[in-house]
Write a protein that binds this ligand. Structure first.
Ligand code: PEP
Ligand code: MG
Length: 536
């Protein structure tokens, strides 16, 4: 029996034999050709076939995992038509007088490497997509197209999985994913969450696991290979309890998030991008308490235009209907770097030029986002919140800019709704002067991830400091209590959108403090609703 650790993508327990999935790694042969025109035609025909397959995959995904998740195949279709990608293939065929499959394979490898070396997490994740479409074209050209067939329910262990691979697998046979590579931001991870199956990444997978029995514990982030009979029995019991719990949680859908004494709590979800709305709806969140809008910037290689942002915000607002959608303005900087911002390297990025500090300095970036947000407000129930606030002066400066944006929109006759505006309380400074800040805004949302980092002076990115990073520290709990009290004195509401909001060990304590809202990852909505409904 061996236990291996990984990074959790989705919780749950699976017990089954491992299917070690390996892509056909055969080298694509390089052949000299005399008729390059014929090779170009072969490439065009294969591309057409690839487009057909991708369209079919899109339709299949649409039915099984919804539109937002199916969009990855739209991205593949777009990549297939990318000018640089196509030019490179044509160039190799013509200049080297070689076969089409070789040109496609080389281009795929080159582009995948370029993406993989990018700093931006979104583009890094695209590396696997460009490889995926190139392999598809090669398989068509070499006639080796074969669908991987899962014979019995299993745990898939793979170096990495492309979305087109996961979606083709028979879901009834797929109990868990364990991969060596991939990021929690990758589409495969998103699919795993949507399918609600346990998944781990960064696991040191081994080929010899193939066929062995294993247990994936997505809650603990471990895979136990070849478990002894005692462990197996223990996990069979755990799995049963887990399934029973999940079944019971389903009954909480459509029910109020209300304490026994009748106090309604706003139980909202945190999202990173538009594609997360599916799981927000599936888990029946009362609204969205934190839309980290910087992911729109992280996904692009240019400043997202007002129109691009408007479309994203509108889509979320419309999908959520009357439910509240709190969009946080750009929180770039520190660990979230975007190359086109051209930010200088800093000694202390977490305490550096970031978030609202950028927005208040480069106001045109801020105004573009605000215009998109106000325009989108006409299509739903949008609120805005501002990150990294430390002073009343910052809030006043924001309000001035907001008024300018509103005046601009008025002058051109653009409709917008009245928008509630709040701030994140994630610096000790903001918590300490929350009595003054409460007079200026409509709500507070406590960002416990940063509040813990700054209060305890511990870099939240440094996993060597994990044992010192204690969000249960009395100082944090006292600050939260103080913030809630100060909010209520001014008649505004206060919530928590940091990870601590989902910590069920503290729920009772937060409720006693009078917390009005908790915003957590979509998968934590129903477990938390249960705890709240059982509390006084
Ligand atoms: C926080 O700091 O608690 C928070 C919710 O924001 P982020 O994790 O995006 O910094
Ligand atoms: Mg933060």
């Amino acid at each position: 029996m061996d236990t291996f650790k990984g990074k959790k993508v989705f919780g749950g327990i699976a017990i089954a034999s491992i299917f070690y999935y390996e892509k056909d790694q055969k080298e694509v042969a390089r052949r000299k050709v005399s008729n390059t025109k014929a090779e170009l035609e072969r490439f065009e025909t294969a591309k057409g076939e690839a487009a057909k397959q991708l369209q079919a995959l899109y339709n299949k995904a649409l039915k099984e995992v919804g539109e937002v998740n199916a969009q990855i195949f739209d991205v593949h279709l777009m990549m297939l038509e990318d000018d640089d990608y196509n030019e490179s293939i044509v160039n190799i065929i013509e200049s080297q007088e070689v076969n089409a499959e070789y040109a496609v394979a080389v281009t795929g490898d080159n582009f995948a490497e370029i993406f993989a070396n990018m700093e931006d997490e979104y583009f890094k994740a695209r590396s696997i997509d460009v490889k995926d479409i190139s392999e598809r074209i090669v398989r068509i050209l070499t006639g080796s197209w074969a669908k991987e067939d899962l014979v019995e329910p299993c745990i898939i262990a793979a170096k990495d999985l492309a979305p087109s691979e996961t979606v083709q697998m028979d879901k009834s046979k797929l109990l868990a994913f364990v991969t060596k590579e991939g990021s929690t931001n990758s589409h495969t991870a998103i699919l795993a969450r949507t399918m609600s199956i346990p998944a781990l990444i960064n696991v040191d997978i081994k080929k010899e696991w193939n066929g062995k029995t294993a247990i994936v514990d997505g809650y603990e982030g471990i895979i136990i290979v070849d478990p002894d009979s005692e462990t197996l029995e223990l996990y069979k019991k755990k799995k049963k309890q887990d399934e029973e719990q999940k079944r019971l949680l389903q009954d909480l859908k459509g029910k109020d998030t209300v304490t026994k004494s009748g106090r309604l709590i706003k139980l909202y979800a945190n999202i990173g991008n538009v594609s997360d709305i599916g799981s927000v709806l599936k888990n029946d969140a009362d609204g969205i308490g934190l839309f980290r809008s910087e992911f729109l910037y992280l996904e692009k290689d240019h400043f997202p235009t007002e129109e691009e942002q408007f479309t994203a915000y509108k889509q979320v607002a419309e999908t959520m209907g009357d439910k509240k959608v709190i969009i946080r303005t750009l929180d770039i900087g520190a660990d979230k770097q975007v190359h086109y911002f051209n930010l200088d390297k800093e000694e202390n990025p977490a305490m550096g030029y970031r978030a609202i500090r950028i927005c208040l300095t480069q106001t045109s970036i801020f105004k573009t986002q605000l215009r998109a947000l106000f325009r989108a407000s006409a299509f739903g129930n949008i609120s805005i919140m501002y990150p990294m606030i430390t002073s009343v002066e910052e809030v006043k400066a924001i309000k001035k800019i907001v008024e300018e944006v509103k005046a601009e929109l008025d002058s051109i006759g653009v409709d917008y709704n009245t928008i509630e505006q709040g701030i994140m309380i994630e610096t000790p400074a903001a918590a300490v002067i929350s009595d003054l800040l409460a007079k200026e805004v409509d709500f507070f949302s406590i960002g416990t991830n940063d509040l813990t980092q700054y209060t305890l002076a511990i870099d939240r990115q440094n996993n060597r400091l994990d044992r010192f990073y204690n969000p249960h520290h009395e100082s944090i709990l006292r600050l939260i209590n103080m913030v809630v009290e100060n909010a209520h004195k001014e008649g505004i509401w206060a919530g928590i959108c940091g990870e601590l909001g989902a910590d069920v060990e503290l729920t009772e304590r937060f409720l006693k403090m009078g917390i009005d809202e908790l915003s957590v990852s979509p998968g934590m909505i129903l477990p938390l609703r249960k705890v709240i409904r059982e509390a006084e």
